[in-house]
Design a protein around this ligand. Structure first.
Ligand code: 5GP
Ligand code: MN
Length: 353
């Protein structure tokens, strides 16, 4: 009956009463852990560190615990040097998680995105879980679930969260820089469709609070290495276009990655080159990871074709309508074969309107 309906609404996202309850929970100093997904990107670290600096300033004892390290181009983020990495020292990570009153989960909505090692540890603890996230279809683990798939980024949501807590005045230059970096990266420099007038209003305020747009852009984007440029060349050379399905895909094998001394984050954005082709509405990149024995996949689309659905249905992943991740346990060539063989069943969805 009605009770169920209320529960369903509550399980979607927090309402004003929930924010007031959480405000109450945070009204005296707590031990807080902030976690984010494995292979953290700009939004994962930007939102986590923005929230970290804010909660610390509010008097809490706060630690950011990330499953593994970030790419070099995010190392400058204020507070990055204080992040505890779980995988290199799981016992230390477990201890910190075990002592937390509150665990914030940022920029992911399912424990498996923490990777196998940290996922197990998270399932063993029972703090108050607070989810802040902008992906579709969250798993049901959070006590407070602030989710909004229309938001450009989790960083935009952290700004909104701080606003709901009535403490925008606590945002200083460091917090503003973290949140700006997260929004910048997750919106593809303000060009993806989820970038709204609200996003720009938030960004305007972050600039006023001291974020330096030009310097942050340079720190994130103008740090290419020669090897990365060569790897991009290889990726573009490997690109295959399937005109009939308005689809293009890229492959990179482990030996190709090794040849160009692949560093974490080097393939960031490669898939967008495939998507930028005229008449291409669906793009994928398949990257072999011999260590984890998987093929890591990124899917991108323009328009209504949902790569979130596609990845959920075929490659055990998900994300957003126009950007999703997935993985495969098959070999690189078998994974590509599987991908190509699915396309004919989607001819209608993949036609240009
Ligand atoms: P990427 O291709 O850059 O790894 O991921 C694209 C988007 O999908 C990001 O917002 C990322 O957080 C999300 N994503 C990647 N892998 C997964 C997954 O396995 N499940 C879900 N729900 N989202 C994912
Ligand atoms: Mn994000």
């Amino acid at each position: 009956m009605n009770d169920n309906i209320i529960f369903i609404v509550y399980s979607q996202t927090m309402n004003e009463a929930d924010f007031r309850r959480l405000q109450q929970v945070l009204s005296d100093p707590k031990k807080i852990v902030i976690t984010t997904h494995r292979n953290p990107d700009g939004d994962a670290y930007g939102s986590s560190l923005g929230l970290y600096l804010f909660l610390k300033k509010s008097g809490h004892q706060v630690t950011v615990v990330s499953p593994n390290d970030c790419p070099e181009f995010l190392k400058w983020l204020p507070g990055e040097d204080q992040i505890v990495l779980f995988e290199p020292a799981p016992d230390k990570g477990k201890e910190i998680l075990g002592e937390a009153d509150i665990v914030f989960t940022l920029d992911f909505n399912a424990f498996h995105r923490l990777g196998e090692v940290m996922e197990v540890a998270m399932k063993e603890i029972s703090p108050v879980f607070v989810m802040i996230d902008h992906h579709q279809q969250p798993d049901d683990f959070a006590d407070f679930q602030y989710v909004d798939a229309t938001m450009s980024s989790t960083s935009e949501m952290v700004y909104q969260f701080i606003d709901k807590m009535g403490q925008l005045d606590l945002i200083d230059q460091d917090i503003a820089s973290c949140l700006y970096a997260g929004i910048l990266t997750d919106t593809g420099s303000f060009r993806f469709p989820a970038t709204t007038s609200h996003t720009h209003r938030v960004v305007a305020d972050l600039l006023e609070k001291g974020a330096n747009n030009s310097s942050i852009y340079n720190k994130i984007h103008d740090v290419n290495t020669y090897n990365r440029m060569q790897l991009l060349g290889r990726a573009l050379d490997n690109m295959v276009v399937l005109e009939r399905f308005h689809t293009a895909y890229i492959t990179l094998s482990q030996s190709e990655l090794n040849r160009y001394n692949f560093q974490r984050g080097d393939t960031e954005g490669f898939v967008n080159y495939a998507l930028s082709l005229k008449n291409v509405m669906f793009a994928a990149i398949f990257i072999e990871d011999k260590k984890q024995k998987i093929i890591k996949i990124s899917f991108r689309s323009v328009g209504e074709f949902s790569v979130n659905e596609f990845s959920r249905n075929h490659f055990g992943g998900g994300g957003h309508v126009n950007a999703a991740g997935g993985k495969s346990d098959l070999s690189l060539s078998e994974t590509v074969k599987k991908f190509v063989e699915i396309l004919p069943s989607l001819t209608n969805e993949l036609s240009l309107s």
